[in-house]
Design a protein around this ligand. Structure first.
Ligand code: ZN
Length: 320
């Protein structure tokens, strides 16, 4: 079997599941040779057991030389500790050191969106770009920035939190404690919220319910399915998301001047319903419009696997 000598493992640790994939870092297509998953545990010892167990399964069949963790949470600037992760058990835990001692392999760690941005920068839609911004539209907005070949983290490891930039003072409440954050208007969650608001608007009276007659609460996936069928409320909700995306991308472009903006996350599957208008709106909204180069906007290459791939590539870099 070719390609299994000197493979690396990337593990995407999210709020509901832990997914581990193995790949050959010399493969520019970053094909994942095997992937295994488990539910996210609720305690620190169980989490370590799960990670070690997934790596053990993969190294039965692959020659693994390093492991990269892509974590949905705040990682310390030196990437030695998980400071806080709302959906994970870790609080200031030296996760890479502990896991490395247990499995006998080098372990590196980064924020999941940084890992995804790294995957897109190395071999994806932002390959080789001098200044690349990833904006992932999912439950919220995840943002990652790669500047001249380095992941930009800010002074304390929390940048860039674009999703929590306030775009509507006093607007929709956000789990972060503020109101009117960009991600409350431009994410899968926002798409459902907007669709619910619009469905109650007299302008759309008489339209069928988006989820059929089940009475189930409207979800982002439901709105995407309804938009495919031409449902006016769903299309209006996407148009609204596109407007907010253009506002945020213009703001990000004015601050960061990226060469490329990569749009990822679950919502991007429905890109045709919002991305063309969002890009046009962004181009019209940036400072010096028409008199300066503007970023290109691309759809992410690696989709839901970007965290695993980026984690694996960062692990490969660490042992190169
Ligand atoms: Zn917020």
């Amino acid at each position: 079997m070719s390609g299994t000598a000197g493979t690396v493992v990337g593990i995407d640790i999210g709020g509901t599941s832990v997914r581990a994939g193995v790949l050959d870092p010399s493969d520019p297509d970053c094909r994942i040779l095997e992937i295994v998953a488990a539910p996210t545990p609720h305690t620190v010892p169980e989490t370590e057991d799960t990670l070690a167990g997934l790596v053990d399964v993969l190294r039965e069949r692959h020659s693994v030389r390093a492991v990269g963790l892509a974590v949905a949470g705040f990682v310390s600037t030196d990437r030695a500790r998980v400071m806080f992760a709302p959906h994970l058990a870790w609080r200031h835990d030296p996760v890479p050191e502990q896991l490395s001692a247990r499995i006998g392999l080098p372990v590196v760690m980064d924020h999941d969106v940084n890992s995804a941005a790294w995957a897109e920068y190395r071999h994806g839609a932002a390959a080789g770009s001098p200044v690349a911004l990833l904006v992932a539209l999912g439950t919220g907005i995840g943002a990652g920035l790669v500047v001249h070949g380095d992941i930009y983290r800010g002074a304390h490891g929390v940048a860039p939190e674009l999703g929590h930039v306030v775009v509507v003072p006093g607007g929709r409440p956000c789990p972060c404690g503020k109101r009117g954050c960009w991600e409350r208007y431009c994410s899968g969650t926002a798409l459902a919220d907007t669709a619910r608001e619009l469905a109650a608007d007299p302008a759309f009276a008489g339209q069928p319910a988006m989820g059929g007659d089940t009475g189930a609460p409207i979800t982002g996936a439901m709105v995407a399915a309804a938009a495919e069928a031409g449902h006016p409320v769903a299309l209006a909700a996407f148009a609204d998301l596109g407007r907010w995306l253009s506002v945020g991308l213009a703001m990000a472009t004015d601050v960061l001047d990226p060469e490329v903006i990569v749009i990822g996350g679950g919502v991007v599957g429905a890109a045709r319903h919002f991305l063309p208008d969002a890009v046009a709106g962004m181009l019209a909204g940036i400072t010096g419009h028409g008199h300066r180069p503007a970023p290109r906007v691309e759809v992410a290459r690696f989709g839901g696997l970007a965290g695993i791939i980026g984690g694996a590539l960062l692990a490969a870099d660490a042992v190169a």
